[in-house]
Design a protein around this ligand. Structure first.
Ligand code: 6R9
Length: 657
């Protein structure tokens, strides 16, 4: 296949540029300098050692990397640090205690501004209370909370005490919570009475009660459930005496001074479960020094961060890795001022995000492409009704961003000038891996451009040969990096098998994504390799076809899957959401869309079927669940829908089929 997603777009839009050089005024003052690439190229380990020393170490490290027990890495050997002290105390000690760390915005409209001094007080109280429960370094804590300030306080208090946290997204089911609590043998579960969702209080503790069970069925490891009162909606809240305690009656009364202890650089910091292709979710393990080094360094460089003047906003939930790395550890280790918003983007209406940007003068905004496409669907008059002139840098994460959405993002939110950083990384990589450096790297709509300084990646075929430019291959990371996962919780075999067996002879990390370099050497991530379709022997990525469909002016969002086909192996089936202003002309529209794909990519990529649907099934982290669409297209019973935001979308999709 020679047609790249970007090239196809260029073909149909001759009037728009295909690459954007860094704006000169941005480049002049950029935090990251072009020299970083060469510096890291010359001595990768020295580069990371230097980045590590941006942090505060209580004991300096003696060795940058020990890879003798590969694929089990040890970074910053001999070093000791406290991750929470790096995120909180350090800024207070430097005289910045009065700086706002978090502008918190609740869904019903309540707000709190939390300074670094406030954060130190609250984290110290929580740490003192956790200690009084008998928890000691190494014990696990499950966090099942909506986006309330206490969630950040809990995470930081765990880090302060060396208690690995396991955050479970508050939208996950009781069953999902239970399996994660059991796997990690968590002793403490921190939760809230309820959460606000789309303007309504919804129960949350109820799910904890049902997850933890009673009697013989009770989760054995759990000793306490600590509950923050958020909604107060339930006067008859179930309460298990001896197990359940209120935050405001315990943490809030604890001493507000706490002396931290420094932990080994490889002390476990957190577990975060991600679903694998099969069965049981994997508890991805991250440790302290290497993880914090990379998330802190990439936050600084990729977000061109200036602590005195920037207001950062990452739209991710703490329940997934972006929330860990770029809502908690990256920003706070840099002394940033950030927004934390509790709710959904359309509560009480579609103006919510733009009102927040306007009110707090947000400078740096980091969201997933699916939200950008949702904004497109709502129409540009919504952002246009606000003063968004404070925005100077835009970020994208989570999925390949189609060029159409990229351009819209830059034009409508970025006033045609803000650089966009399209950042490729994974739960397993811990921090950003492939992304432009703003002010240094030119950007191309839809491309993540190149590996960051200190990161080494290749695109290879099944035999580990690098593929030619324009050809599609597997994205591998061929050298260890500081924030890499240190394993799967208590399953070393699965760790080796999942990530290191495909290219075992070479010792490369297999990321599971397809990618290609275009003729300018820009890197395009094409999505999970299981999202690559095989149509009559041609490898076509789902995102490529989706991009072509969204390139049609009437389409807001598209999801494409390869459904079993007797003659072609797989046939392309597309599900599209129309923009608000589009008139559905039935068969005419479907034909137009098919022609668009045929023209943009090739007739081979023309969808066999296209369905116009009102919604697409998405995970909480904003990824389209193509697996389920495949079930629908192939007429099967649906598989596990527990991670969907809205399981009812299928009724609407089936009706359309
Ligand atoms: C950070 C995060 C990881 C998978 C990854 C890839 C996809 C993430 C992307 C991207 C293209 C980007 N992905 N960022 N694809 N361009 N900028 O999302 O972690 O939830 O573990 O997902 O997401 O397929 O392999 P995680």
């Amino acid at each position: 296949m020679s047609s790249a997603t970007g090239q196809s777009t260029q073909g149909s839009q001759d009037d728009v540029p295909s690459a954007y050089p860094p704006p000169p005024e941005f480049a002049e003052n950029a935090v990251a300098k072009a020299g970083l690439y060469d510096e890291a190229e010359q001595d990768r380990l020295a580069y990371w050692a230097k980045e590590a020393r941006r942090l505060q170490w209580d004991t300096d490290f003696t060795d940058t990397l020990d890879w003798t027990d590969a694929p089990f890495a040890k970074w910053f050997v001999g070093g000791k640090l406290n991750v929470a002290a790096n995120c909180v105390d350090r800024h207070v000690d430097a005289g910045n205690g009065d700086r706002v760390a978090i502008h918190w915005v609740g869904e019903p409209g309540d707000t709190r501004d939390i300074t670094y001094s406030d954060l130190l007080t609250e984290v110290s109280q929580a740490a003192n209370y956790f200690t009084s429960l008998g928890l000691v370094a190494g014990d696990r804590v499950a966090v099942y909370m909506p986006m309330v300030p206490e969630a950040i306080v809990t995470i930081l208090a765990c880090a302060r005490l060396g208690l690995p946290h396991s955050v479970v997204f508050a939208g996950f089911s009781a069953g999902a919570l239970r399996s994660r609590v059991d796997d990690a043998e968590a002793k403490l579960v921190v939760t809230t009475d309820g959460q606000f969702r789309r303007g309504q209080p919804a129960p949350l503790k109820e799910a904890v009660d049902s997850a933890l069970g009673t009697g013989d069925d009770a989760a054995k490891s759990v000793e306490k459930v600590l509950v923050v009162r958020r909604t107060g909606h339930d006067p008859d809240l179930n309460w298990v005496d001896g197990r359940d305690v209120w935050w405001h009656e315990t943490v809030a009364n604890a001493s507000d001074t706490h002396a931290y202890e420094a932990f080994d650089a490889e002390h476990p910091l957190f577990l975060l479960y991600t679903s694998g292709t099969t069965g049981k979710p994997k508890g991805i393990l991250h440790t302290s020094g290497g993880y914090l080094t990379q998330v802190s360094s990439t936050f600084h460089n990729v977000f061109d961060h200036r602590p005195e003047s920037d207001v950062f906003w990452c739209g991710a939930d703490i329940g997934w890795v972006t929330g860990h790395s770029y809502l908690v550890y990256g920003p706070l280790s840099n002394g940033a001022t950030e927004i934390i918003y509790e709710g959904t983007p359309n509560s009480p209406n579609e103006h919510r995000h733009f009102e927040i940007i306007e009110k707090y003068r947000v400078t740096t905004y980091y969201i997933a492409p699916t939200l950008i496409r949702t904004f497109m669907k709502w129409g540009r008059e919504i952002p246009d009704a606000h003063d968004l002139s404070s925005l100077r840098l835009l970020g994208s994460v989570g999925e390949p961003i189609n060029p159409e959405a990229w351009r819209w993002y830059r034009e409508v939110l970025g006033a045609n000038s803000a650089p966009i950083v399209d950042t490729w990384w994974q739960t397993e990589t811990g921090g950003m891996m492939v992304s432009p450096l703003p002010g240094v790297t030119a950007t191309k709509p839809g491309s993540a451009m190149k590996p960051l300084p200190g990161i080494s990646a290749k695109i290879v075929d099944d035999d580990a040969n690098e593929v030619a430019q324009g050809e599609q291959g597997y994205l591998v990371i061929d050298k260890p990096w500081p924030a890499m996962l240190r394993g799967i919780w208590r399953d070393n075999d699965r760790y080796k098998e999942t990530y290191w067996s495909r290219f075992a002879a070479q010792g490369w990390y297999f990321a599971g994504d397809g990618a290609r370099y275009d003729s300018d050497g820009a890197l395009w991530v094409l999505g999970r390799i299981d999202d690559v379709m095989n149509i009559s022997g041609h490898r076509i990525s789902t995102s490529e076809v989706e991009s072509a469909l969204v390139n049609h002016h009437g389409v807001a969002e598209a999801a494409v899957i390869g459904a079993a086909d007797e003659t072609t192996g797989q046939g392309i089936v597309a599900f599209v959401i129309l923009r608000g202003s589009t008139v559905d002309t039935g068969d005419d529209l479907i034909k137009e869309l098919k022609d668009q794909v045929s023209k943009d990519i090739s007739p081979i990529a023309k969808p066999r079927e296209i369905y116009v649907v009102p919604e697409l099934p998405k995970t909480r982290s904003g990824k389209i669940m193509r697996r389920l669409l495949k079930d629908v297209a192939e007429g099967r019973e649906l598989g596990d829908t527990s991670t969907l935001v809205d399981p009812t979308v299928f009724e609407n999709i089936r009706k359309k089929k």
